[in-house]
Design a protein around this ligand. Structure first.
Ligand SMILES: [Zn+2]
Ligand SMILES: [Zn+2]
Length: 325
């Protein structure tokens, strides 16, 4: 079997629904029910030959006697770390994860293991994410300060967008939240899965000029497009861990950069590695070398995997056109 394979394989275990991890065309897919729904929403009914849903904590025994179980990764709805157990040896493949609270998915569960395969999207000491609630407060303050301007928030359409909506509700933003058409299907899926997001409305094209004072969530790439210019005097915000880098914020035209990440920052990567108790660490997608170096400084065996085909979804969406969902 393969975890998050980038090419079609006979037996795929999928950690979560982001497009670089969950691809169409596998013979068989084992994933959480939510991840399977997300894949179907993106790729259509026939995205795999057959599928099998597995709940958090449930155990499936593979051919050869390896036990597989899924555990919450706290990254997006349905996201999981995968635990493999064989003759007492425990290996965990984290997928993408975060430790910070997120009202739209199950919280990260620490799983003790011998081998931990970690992501490293923000594996550099510069990436220390501030508490997300403070960033949301900046957005609400700005919307209240400039009631005649529309606030457009660029956010990745799976996970980040819905997390913003839920956090705006926690910050007592009671007005309708408007969304770009590219986000409607996945947002409806979250609501259908029982994530309360309040009054969410699709932006109708001829209504844009009337949305002064409102918050509109859209794919980051649309901030640079004509679509965004029809709003009254728009304030461009972008919600991403990359907003920690000023040059990145400028490049995306973010007047109001919001440092909100769905990946563990530098401190949480290190904390998690230590807490798993693993003596061997494999590092994948992101700043691999820096995290490997840090692990070695802690006396842990570590190596970079140098896998190709995984980008950071947020980074990709910045450069690429809107995903076709
Ligand atoms: Zn992801
Ligand atoms: Zn990823």
């Amino acid at each position: 079997m393969h975890v998050d394979p980038t090419r079609p394989v006979d037996y795929a275990i999928i950690t979560h629904g982001h497009s670089d991890h969950a691809r169409a065309g596998h013979g068989h897919v084992l994933a959480t029910p939510q991840t399977l729904r997300i894949m179907e929403a993106r790729y259509g009914r026939d995205f795999a030959g057959s599928v099998q849903a597995i709940e958090y904590g449930e155990v499936v025994t593979l051919k050869g006697g390896v036990d597989v179980s899924f555990h919450p990764a706290g990254h997006v709805l349905g996201s999981a770390q995968i635990l493999f157990e064989w003759k007492g040896f425990r290996a965990v493949v984290s997928g993408d994860y975060k430790r910070e609270r997120d009202p739209t998915c199950a919280p990260f569960a620490l799983v003790r293991c011998d081998l931990f395969v970690t992501e490293a999207t923000f594996g550099l000491p510069v990436f220390r994410h501030p508490p997300a609630a403070g960033e949301i407060a900046k957005l609400v303050d700005s919307a209240e300060l400039f009631p005649e301007r529309a606030h457009l928030v660029g956010a990745y359409s799976l996970g980040k967008a819905q997390r913003l909506m839920a956090m705006l509700r926690e910050a007592r933003w009671g007005r309708p939240i408007y969304v770009h058409g590219a986000m409607v299907a996945l947002t409806d899926l979250y609501i259908d899965e029982g994530v309360p997001l309040g009054d969410i409305r699709h932006v109708a094209p001829d209504e844009r000029k009337n949305l002064g004072g409102e918050i509109v969530i859209c794919p980051p790439s649309t901030l640079q497009e004509i679509w965004s210019r029809k709003f009254p005097d728009p304030v461009s915000a972008v919600a991403s861990g990359w907003m920690r880098v000023r040059a990145r914020a400028r490049q995306q035209g973010a007047e109001l950069p919001l440092v909100i990440s769905d990946h563990a920052g530098w401190d949480d990567l290190g904390k998690t590695i230590i807490e798993t108790g693993a003596s061997e660490i494999w590092v994948t997608h992101g700043a691999e070398e820096a995290l490997v170096y840090w692990c070695e400084s802690q006396g842990l065996r570590a190596r970079p995997l140098h896998l190709v085909g995984y980008g950071d979804e947020e980074a990709e969406e910045v450069a690429a056109p809107v995903e076709g969902t």
